[in-house]
Write a protein that binds this ligand. Structure first.
Ligand SMILES: Nc1ncnc2c1ncn2[C@@H]1O[C@H](COP(=O)(O)O)[C@@H](OP(=O)(O)O)[C@H]1O
Ligand SMILES: [Mg+2]
Ligand SMILES: [Mg+2]
Ligand SMILES: [Mg+2]
Length: 386
């Protein structure tokens, strides 16, 4: 039996342990072969390290959130010093850990607003946060970073992605609105190889290690902060953000929709809650929806906390790849399916956006056919009532 020592080590170190082989319905301990044989082993270790450091920065900011730390982007969505700081940290760490490889990053934020007059104080604060976060990383001779270095690191995220070569895909804080409320958010990092997601890491600093809905019954209730990771063909693993041993996770095995519970966005503006409630009613789902922010929903789904995730944005909204790349591989490698509302797999090879039929659906293989049927009926009913 083997465990990883810490998610902050760039090269995953495995050591023998005396942990007994235990198994629950959804978790099992990692095996040596799944760690040592990975094609993307180096990339996985770098991604975990980058996401854990970024999570540390975000946690620090969330604890002492000041109004001046929040700004509105041109599209009026919020962005915080932590979004920028997280992007700078991940970009810097990936480029330095994987310096032998060409580096392409598709990321949500850019430095445009930070370069404008009046932004110097905010930029100085971000630079300080980034340097504090990386302070213990003695291996990086480029430290401390100047404000210009931080802007450059943020702007490395300017790639458009696409079907050729490798591209990292980053949402430095997914669920910024949840982050501002003190709720769920995630640092979501994925690797595309020739248009396919081959690796994903989701750091969820506010997600309990115990399953949602079971916190009151489990002793690990107080342990908060999960890191999900998945490599194509190797399964999905969960560990605590401070580096506990990874456990393999699996999606729910529920076959009867009446026993299923479903996740959706906390923000009603991000998904049509009336449509999802009509779908749930058709399926006979009894439990009320679990509404949480960010790709933490994919993480929770991958370990079987709920059985379905439904996301139906308002007409005209185009989903971005960084909102789903890491989450989708975390669910598919845990045995689930992630498709659009017609059952088509998500295509991450088209650049920054996903072309979708109506929305995104994630569940296990047994429930998917009846779910897609209920979805189509609900979409048709909605259309005919307009
Ligand atoms: N009108 C809209 N419809 C659907 N998604 C939206 C939206 N406006 C913003 N979003 C996306 O929803 C993400 C949050 O997802 P969720 O609803 O699952 O919490 C946001 O990510 P950021 O917080 O990274 O900007 C943003 O990209
Ligand atoms: Mg945003
Ligand atoms: Mg996002
Ligand atoms: Mg974001």
């Amino acid at each position: 039996m083997y465990i990883t020592l810490s998610c902050l080590r760039a090269t995953t170190i495995v050591v023998p342990t005396l942990i007994p082989k235990t198994k629950t319905s959804t978790f099992s301990l990692i095996t040596s072969s799944s760690l040592s044989m990975s094609t993307y082993h180096k990339e996985l270790a770098a991604a975990k390290k980058a996401a854990c450091l970024a999570a540390r920065l975000c946690q620090k900011v969330q604890k002492s959130l000041l109004q001046s730390d929040v700004q509105a982007k041109l599209d009026k969505s919020p962005v915080t010093v932590a979004d920028y700081g997280s992007q700078a940290v991940v970009s810097f760490v990936l480029e330095h850990e994987l310096s032998a490889e060409p580096f392409s990053l598709v990321a949500e934020e850019d430095s445009g607003d930070l370069r404008k007059d009046g932004s110097q104080e905010t930029l100085d604060r971000i630079t300080m946060l980034v340097n504090d976060t990386l302070a213990n990383e003695n291996a990086y001779s480029a430290l401390p970073l100047s404000a210009e270095n931080v802007l450059t690191a943020i702007d490395k995220g300017i790639s458009e992605g696409g079907p050729v070569g490798r591209h990292w895909v980053l949402d430095p804080i997914d669920g910024t609105k949840g982050f501002l409320r003190g709720d769920q958010y995630a640092i979501a990092l994925a690797l595309l190889d020739r248009g396919r997601v081959v690796l994903g890491v989701l750091a969820c600093p506010n997600l309990s290690l115990a399953s949602i809905g079971m916190q009151t019954q489990q002793s690990s209730a107080s342990q908060i902060g999960c890191l999900f990771s998945a490599v194509i063909g190797e399964g999905t693993f969960m560990q605590s953000l401070d580096g506990s041993s990874p456990v393999k996770v699996n999606v729910s095995a529920i076959e009867n929709p009446e026993e299923a519970s479903f996740f959706e966005s906390f923000e009603a503006a991000h998904s049509l809650h009336d449509l999802t409630s009509s779908i749930a009613k058709k399926l006979g789902v009894k439990a009320p929806p679990v509404r949480i922010d960010s790709q933490a929903k994919y993480g929770a789904l991958s370990r079987g906390d709920g059985a379905i995730y439904l996301r139906f944005p308002h007409a005209g909204y185009r989903e971005k790849i960084w909102d789903h790349a890491a989450g989708s591989i975390v669910v598919t490698e845990a045995g689930g399916l992630v498709t659009d509302a017609a059952g088509n797999p998500l295509d991450f090879s088209k650049g920054k956006y996903l072309d979708l039929y109506h929305g995104i659906v994630a569940t296990n293989q047994k429930l998917m056919p009846s779910l897609l049927k209920a979805i189509q009926e609900s979409i048709d009913e909605k259309a005919s009532s307009l």
